[in-house]
Structure formats: C-alpha cells, structure tokens
Design a protein around this ligand. Structure first.
Ligand code: DAH
Length: 491
C-alpha cells in the first residue's frame, strides 16, 4: 500500500522501495494509482431486504457494497500468531519488547483488527485520494470499517488514553497484495512510541529533558551511517511549533532507542546462527538512516540494515505530527513513533525462507521453537525440512477492452483491472499451496487494442508433494474463476 511513497514530495529518492517490498511496511504496488473496481462480493440489495451482515471474530458487522473480505481471511482472524507461545512471531515480539521495558513502555497485544477508516486513515492525516484507501489494496468490512492495514491505526487512541510515557502495540494487519515468499495478506506489525509533556518536564524544556533521557540509554558499537541533518526544509521539514533543538533531541532519542533494538535482534540472530552452526562467521553489523515521508510524522526516517550483501529496510519512524496529539486531547505532548514488520525480522532472525511457514501447523515447523519463549537464550535457527517439488502452470487471458459493454457480473476491463484481484482469486482457490504468482507476459494487440496478460503460478505445498493432477485441478479452478469473477477471456 505504500503509505509513504505517493504522498512523498516530488524529487525524493525511492531507492529503498525495492528492498522495502520485504518488510510489509511498503508494498509492491506502492506507486500505482488506485482504481476501484466494482466489488466482487457485493450483494444486490433492494427495498425491504434485510441489511447484510458478516461475523468477524465474535462481532457481527453490517456490510455494504464496499465489503471485500473473503472467507479465508475472515476465518484467519483470531489466530494471533504474535501471542502464541513459542511461535517465531511471538518470540520476535518478546525480543523487541525486552528493549522497551515497562513501566516506561506499556505493551498492548490484544487490539481487535476491525477499525474505522477514521482510525486507519483520517486520524493519521492520509489524504482522501491516498492509494492505501483503495479497495484494491485494503479489506473493507463496509464503507467506514476496514481490517487495519497497519498498527498505526491505534496511535491516536493510545495517545488519548495517555496511560504511560510510551507504548508498544503488536497486532495482525491485513493488506491485499502480491503472492510470493515474502508477502502474505495477513502479517504482523509492532508500533512503538515515546512521549514527553511540555507541562511536566522541568521549565517546559523538552530538549533538555529528552537529552537527559538519552544519557540514561546504553551506548553500542554498531556502525551507523546517518549523513543527513535532523531536519531539512524540503526533504524532512521541522514541524510548526517545534524548535530545532527539540526535533534534534527527539530524533536522537528515537535513533538510539531503535538502534539498541536492532543490536539486540542481531546479536540474538548471531547467537542462534552459532548455536546451529558453530563455524558461522558473521560480518560486522551496519545500519543506515534514510530520510522518508509518512503522512503522520515529520521529520521521518527509515532504518536499513546491511544484511547478507544487501540493504534491507526494517522500519519506518519519525517525530509524531502535532495535530495527532491535538486530536487526542493531549496538545502539550511531543514524541516519536515507529512501525516495524515482525515477519521480516523473524525471517532474518531464524532464517525462515517462506512467509507461509508462519501459518503452518506442522510440528516439523512449530516443534523447532519449543521452549524459546521462556528462554530467549535458547534461540536456534530454523532447519528446513525437505522442500517439495514446484509445479508451474501458466494462465493467459484477454482483458475486456474498456469500451466493451458490461453484461452483469464483475468486469475486468483494461481500465479497472487490478492485479491484486488475480492474486485474491488464486489465494481463494489454492490457499497456502501457492508459493508465488508472477506476471510473465503482457502485450496489447496492435489492431484490436485488447490487452493480454499471462501469469505463472507456482503450486508447491510446504507440507507434502502435490501430484500433477491436484495442481491441474487447482489451476483449472483458478482459470474458471478468472472468467467468472473478472470476466476475462482465456487464450
Ligand atoms: N504504519 C507505517 C506502515 O505500515 C509504518 C510507520 C512509519 C509507523 C512511521 C510509524 C511511523 O509509527 O512513525 O507503512
């Protein structure tokens, strides 16, 4: 959904976006403009018909023509991997929590995933035309209710509750997205924040209070590249009402706190690697701060880690926009916030190669982490069990030309076609048996102007060998559903 990129001021670097595909903080379609196609799950309503409803978790919600939550997603709500004992997502959460201790930071792990569009977008200053709001990217329960797409949806409420100087919120988040080894429509994020109150710090001197708190934090010896000044008039502006000294102090506290978290994660990753392979040789840990843009922070940064030869984006962060504190009824507070994708960190920490594994109930997976929640010193890397053969199948089709008349059902003409609709059909049919889906061909017929697309689907179970007949059955069903739901013509 790319909560930053389309809102990014022109001319800024987007170099980190490719790597960012992995974090779940930014997704592959971040720069595409939204196209809201008609809803595939819409119900025809007429006078006198009862209002349609859907049950999510324990609660019943009214639905409308915006509803696009498929049954497979609805039934996964409540798995809460981030609080399952000995689950790698939960272990990762505990490691991070250990660096943000109580009582300064309160830890929240049970917020319900159904939120209002107000919480998910408006409270954070997302403009009305932001692509993240599109039905192609977000699961809507109804026009004003969504499955949260990020943990930032709870920021304003947590500031309003004002029950501690800091908080961590870990939760499942939901996004319609591509299918590959690093993307899954449900993943987990952790949101963190730390605040100071102008009315409570001595002489109202925020900068001094923050520097005093920085002095209490440990130091570290990790290599940090941070070439830019804390604020920049165009690229990373100081907020109205903040002094330069305040922003500088907040930035320094944010950066040190998050660097200490990274040091913790990676020293544990190293111990886990050594426990699994005593001959393991690691490279010195290196991170860099990159200027960024989010609608709800200014200045803002991303943190990247140099890992196995590449820079990987691991988190987004920044100085919280003052109007969020104002809307929360705590205008005298200032502070910083961050958001991090837990799957990505867990994949690095344990060397887990495929995001679907987190959802596996297979003892060969889960059994490897037994006892680690109670003793974080016992971390070991994941040892893959045998990889089953891949089975690739292609499906090629024509989209309807934009001028063709719609004859009922759901259209996918060239103008309103969205790749995530293909992804969702494949997921609905194949579930976790699909490892990835890639577009392998695209062209427009020179005479008719019709557009043709070809997708390659890799059917591979994590748990057993699929027979060719089974893969064929899945594939035929996918092809039929593409015709039925998107109105494409198979080639
Ligand atoms: N919510 C953002 C996302 O999902 C991540 C994020 C960025 C959270 C900056 C923050 C922040 O709290 O300050 O892409």
């Amino acid at each position: 959904m790319g909560y930053k990129s389309l809102a990014r001021p022109h001319g800024l670097s987007t170099a980190s976006e490719t790597l960012a595909l992995f974090t779940g903080l930014v997704t592959s379609n971040s720069r595409r403009l939204p196209v809201c196609s008609q809803c595939r799950y819409s119900s025809t309503r007429g006078p006198g018909r009862p209002q349609p409803k859907t049950k999510l978790g324990e609660t019943v919600y009214p639905t409308d023509e915006w509803h696009n939550v498929p049954p497979a997603i609805a039934s996964s709500i409540g798995r809460q991997l981030h609080i399952q004992k000995d689950h790698p997502i939960s272990i990762t959460r505990s490691i991070i929590e250990s660096k943000f201790p109580k009582p300064t930071y309160q830890h929240h792990n049970g917020f319900v995933p159904v939120v209002t569009t107000g919480q998910n977008f408006d409270s954070l200053g997302f403009p009305p035309d932001h692509p993240g709001r599109s039905k192609a990217d977000t699961y809507y329960v109804n026009a004003s209710t969504v499955l949260r797409t990020h943990t930032s949806a709870h920021q304003l409420d947590a500031f309003r509750a004002n029950s501690s100087e800091g908080f961590l919120i870990s939760a499942d988040v939901y996004r319609r997205d591509a299918i590959d080894r690093t993307h899954y429509p449900i993943f987990h994020q952790m949101e963190g924040a730390r605040v100071w109150d102008r009315k409570k710090v001595p002489h109202g001197n925020i900068a001094q209070a923050v520097w005093e708190d920085i002095a209490k934090l440990p130091t570290h010896s990790m290599i940090v590249e941070d070439p830019n000044p804390p604020t920049h008039p165009e690229r990373n502006p100081l907020q109205h009402g903040h002094s330069h000294d305040e922003a500088e102090a907040l930035a320094a506290h944010l950066k040190r706190s998050l660097e200490l978290m990274v040091v913790e994660i990676f020293s544990r990753a190293k111990d886990a690697a050594i426990a699994t392979n005593p001959k393991y040789v690691d490279e010195p840990l290196k991170v860099r701060w990159i200027e960024a843009f989010f609608p709800f922070t200014s200045p803002s940064w991303e943190l990247e880690i140099f890992w196995q030869g590449d820079w990987l984006e691991v988190l987004g962060s920044g100085v919280v926009k003052q109007d969020i504190f104002e809307k929360a009824g705590v205008p005298s507070q200032v502070g910083w916030a961050f958001g991090i994708g837990l799957e990505r960190i867990a994949m690095l920490l344990f060397e887990i190669p495929d995001i679907r594994l987190f959802w596996s109930q297979d003892e060969r997976f889960l059994g490897q982490f037994k006892g680690m929640s109670d003793d974080l010193h016992r971390l070991k890397r994941y040892v893959p069990f045998s990889k089953y053969p891949a089975c690739y199948k292609d499906v090629a089709f024509w989209l309807r030309s934009s001028s063709s008349s719609a004859g009922g059902g759901i259209r996918a003409n060239a103008a309103d076609f969205h790749e995530n609709d293909v992804m969702e059909i494949v997921r609905d049919v194949g579930g976790d048996v699909v490892e990835d889906v890639t577009k392998v061909d695209e062209f427009t017929h020179p005479k008719t102007g019709r557009k043709s697309l070809c997708y390659r689907i890799n059917y591979r179970s994590l748990e057993r060998t699929l027979t060719n007949e089974e893969a064929n059955e899945f594939h035929e069903k996918v092809s039929r559903e593409l015709v039925n739901k998107l109105g494409v013509e198979l080639r």
